[in-house]
Design a protein around this ligand. Structure first.
Ligand code: GDP
Ligand code: IMO
Ligand code: MG
Length: 421
């Protein structure tokens, strides 16, 4: 009996989807516990590439249950489209379940997201505009609608009342283009289209599975630096992306949590606004973006790129209780003569490996360690000892500084491109 957790240690897009898909056969259930279609988890199987937004990344494996947990916010329009795409690819989707307590993203939540971002001007968060913030605001404001409400006779009345409030609220913001009527029509069609998905009381469902001796993997979305409490506030998302979010997002007690697998790229990226201490603005950043195809899986926006940041990772390892590390996209560094890692910060003349209260306003100087690149293709290499010596030294140095074992090294988008250490 174990509930392991897999989550991102940076600002998202660490390669969670690929690793969950790889590990899924070891589990009976994969469960998303927070976030919504702001996520874009890419899985490459042979020639095919899939991007999942709401559906857990275990969906491609047979006999693995895939649960959309109560902490997730669900947009029926996006979920229906996602299912259509997967069915067209030949998946029967029979292993998908959804929690009755998951909150619904209404079309007007997306409208509000766009309008409130427009009002922020230059200070905008860089939201994916999927309505995430407004939906979680309604959840904590105790106004939200949940999947379990859909079957209630007064669902339409409740919907109309909430949408009417949203329309009033939207009028305080600048005008943005939004086809409200069309979006609403598609939303109600989608509600009908997804009604076949078994709705479960996920807190009972998950705990019964654990009691029956099943293994569950909780799949994080976004990254720990986007956590509402511990991220680079206010440039964050609106959910708890860290391990503690699993308890609230699935209804499991903390002592049920086993391994916590933390994922980090061999460098660092961020999409959207907000501080990013190791960001590279010149040629090297551009090279990372091009080689790493660093464009958002959900919005297509170019991702900002920089070197791996040890103080930042120490911070997220601490908060998440990471027991095992996975380093992804090592292959993207293949062509670099020199590779850097941020070892320490200097803030106000003091050396520190702790993050300040407000990364936004802190004047940080970074102490980088430069290491030799390997200038070799890693394709076909099967074990850690096969890796070129500079690559082994780079990974060993990360492990030494972070004091957590690296158990997985990913070196390509395909399933087979993974080394177990
Ligand atoms: P997620 O949101 O954490 O699931 O990550 P994304 O799917 O948004 O972004 C990761 C991108 O990197 C995807 O395009 C993956 O196919 C790709 N990817 C994952 N691991 C590797 C790797 O080790 N090497 C390379 N080259 N690409 C990878
Ligand atoms: P995955 O699961 C990277 C970022 C947005 C923005 C901020 C708030 O694929 O790693 P939101 O739409 O949540 O209100 O946006 O968070 N963001 C992500 N960045 N990967 C993601 O998900 C993200 N989900 C949200 O770019 O800066
Ligand atoms: Mg992503």
């Amino acid at each position: 009996m174990a509930l392991d957790v897999l989550l991102g240690l940076q600002w998202g897009d660490e390669g969670k989807g690929k690793i969950v898909d790889y590990l899924a056969p070891n589990y009976n259930m994969i469960a998303r516990f927070q976030g919504g279609p702001n996520a874009g988890h890419t899985i490459v199987i042979g020639e095919d590439k899939f991007v999942l937004h709401t559906i857990p990344s275990g969906i491609f494996r047979e006999n693995v249950d895939n649960l959309i947990g109560n902490g997730v916010v669900v947009d029926p329009t996006i979920l229906a489209k996602e299912i259509r795409g997967l069915k067209a690819a030949g998946l029967d989707m029979k292993n998908l379940k959804i929690s009755s307590k998951a909150h619904l993203i209404l079309p007007t939540h997306r409208w509000l997201d766009a309008a409130s971002e427009a009002a922020k001007g230059k200070a905008k968060i860089g939201s994916t505009l999927k309505g995430i913030g407004p939906t979680y605001m309604d959840k904590t404001g105790r106004n939200g609608l949940r999947i379990g409400d859909v079957s209630s006779p007064d669902f339409r009345a409740k919907y109309d009342a909430l949408a009417a409030k949203h329309k009033q609220l939207v009028s305080i913001y600048p005008d943005v283009d939004f086809d409200h009527k069309g979006e609403e029509e598609r939303w109600f069609e989608a509600i009908e289209e997804i009604k076949w998905i078994p709705v479960v009381d996920s807190q009972y469902y998950v705990n019964a599975a654990l009691k029956a001796g099943q293994n569950i993997l909780a799949e994080g979305a976004q990254g720990s630096m986007l956590d509402i409490d511990f991220g680079t506030y206010p440039f964050v998302t609106s959910s708890n992306t860290v391990t503690s979010g699993v308890c609230n997002g699935l209804g499991v007690a903390p002592q049920k949590i086993g391994d916590v697998i933390g994922i980090t790229k061999a460098y660092c990226t961020r999409v959207g606004s907000g501080p990013f201490p190791t960001e590279l603005h010149g040629e090297v950043g551009e090279q990372l973006r091009t080689l790493g195809s660093e464009f958002g899986a959900t919005t297509g926006r170019p991702r900002r790129c920089g070197w791996i940041d040890i103080p930042q990772l120490k911070y997220t390892i601490l908060i998440n209780g990471v027991t095992s590390l996975c380093i992804t996209k090592l292959d993207i560094l293949n062509e670099f003569e020199e590779i850097r890692l941020a070892k320490e910060y200097t803030i106000g003349g003091e050396k520190t490996d702790q993050l300040p209260f407000d990364l936004n306003s802190a004047d940080i100087t970074i102490d980088f360690e430069a290491m030799s690149g390997w200038k070799t293709d890693l394709e076909g290499l099967q074990s850690f000892s096969d890796l070129p010596m500079p690559a082994q030294e780079f990974l060993n140095e990360i492990e030494r500084l972070l004091e957590v074992p690296i158990n997985f090294v990913s070196k390509g988008p395909q399933r087979k491109n993974l080394i177990l250490k």
